[in-house]
Ligand binder design. Structure first.
Ligand SMILES: [Cu+2]
Length: 136
């Protein structure tokens, strides 16, 4: 009886693990490790800062504390230009911060003094490349 319960719990865990994969189809895929605190990766993002080109920020939402500085790091090996611009693709830049468009470093930083949710995007890739910073 105890063994049967254990097995069905294992089965449930396995099906949950498979359900979250995003349809990649590869059983060997594993999510990249999260970036360090207060860091967002630009461009190689979804594949884990390993030089594989993607139009994404990683993580899509980074959480920090008021007074902290967020550092955006351009993933090594990418060739597409990206920027980090506060605002939304629909509303346009809101003037809080904006990086240059570049395909590699230097890092871009912004210090968030006030709690809130800050939307940003890449003006080159628009709605395909957005992110948020949640400041607590
Ligand atoms: Cu971009």
């Amino acid at each position: 009886m105890n063994i049967r319960s254990g097995l069905s719990i294992l089965g449930l865990a396995a099906s949950l693990a498979c359900g979250g994969g995003g349809g990649g189809g590869s059983s060997s895929y594993s999510a990249p490790p999260p970036p360090p605190a207060d860091t967002v990766y630009v461009g190689g993002a979804a594949s884990g800062y390993n030089g594989t080109e993607t139009t994404a920020f990683y993580p899509l939402n980074q959480t920090t504390t008021a007074g902290h500085t967020i550092t955006w790091k351009w993933s090594p090996g990418i060739t597409m230009m990206h920027n980090v611009t506060s605002g939304t693709p629909a509303g346009g830049p809101d003037g809080v911060f904006a990086s240059p468009s570049q395909s590699s470093g230097p890092d871009f930083t912004h210090t968030f003094a006030t709690a809130g949710t800050y939307h940003y995007y890449c003006t080159i890739h628009g709605s395909a490349m957005t992110g948020t910073i949640t400041v607590n």
